[in-house]
Design a protein around this ligand. Structure first.
Ligand code: IDP
Ligand code: MG
Length: 140
């Protein structure tokens, strides 16, 4: 069984898409292991997106992910990471296929509704950041 860390970003929460996003994952067979609404602060945002530091959109990305409450979840199913990424769709909603979350709900970068881990290594790093000390989440 594989796990992924999903974030309904502040723009998704503000647009009332929490239930819809979680429903799509549940309908696709994901089990919710952790679920938390929280305000992501700048320090956490910088760590979460450390690999993008230096990009021209980095400041705007930090602003978008910290501008309101987000919903952070750990979800589980077989092939969780790949299937979640397919459900979420391409990074830019303009490129995202119809039927994907980003394709159906749009948004303008950096506001694209949802985040999903891109690898097992990313999941482990993100789970450690968002749920520190929750060692059960690191058993894969
Ligand atoms: P991902 O969320 O599809 O994995 P990443 O490349 O990891 O995409 O980028 C993380 C986040 O940074 C994106 O979800 C989006 O919010 C933002 N982002 C990525 N590329 C751009 C861009 O070109 N302009 C503005 N924001 C961007
Ligand atoms: Mg990414």
């Amino acid at each position: 069984m594989e796990r992924t860390l999903i974030i309904v970003k502040p723009d998704g929460v503000a647009r009332g898409l929490v239930g819809t996003v979680l429903e799509r994952f549940e309908r696709r067979g994901f089990r919710i292991l952790r679920l938390e609404m929280r305000q992501i602060d700048r320090a956490l945002a910088e760590q979460h997106y450390a690999h993008l530091a230096g990009k021209p959109f980095f400041e705007g990305l930090l602003e978008a992910i910290t501008e309101g409450p987000a919903v952070v979840a750990v979800l589980e199913r077989e092939n969780a990471i790949k299937i979640a990424r397919n459900l979420i769709g391409a990074t830019n909603p303009v490129d995202a296929a119809a039927g994907t979350i980003r394709g159906d709900f749009g948004g303008e970068l950096p506001r694209n509704v949802v985040h999903g881990s891109d690898s097992v290594e990313s999941y482990l790093r993100e789970a450690g950041l968002f749920f520190p000390g929750d060692r059960d989440l690191l058993q894969i």
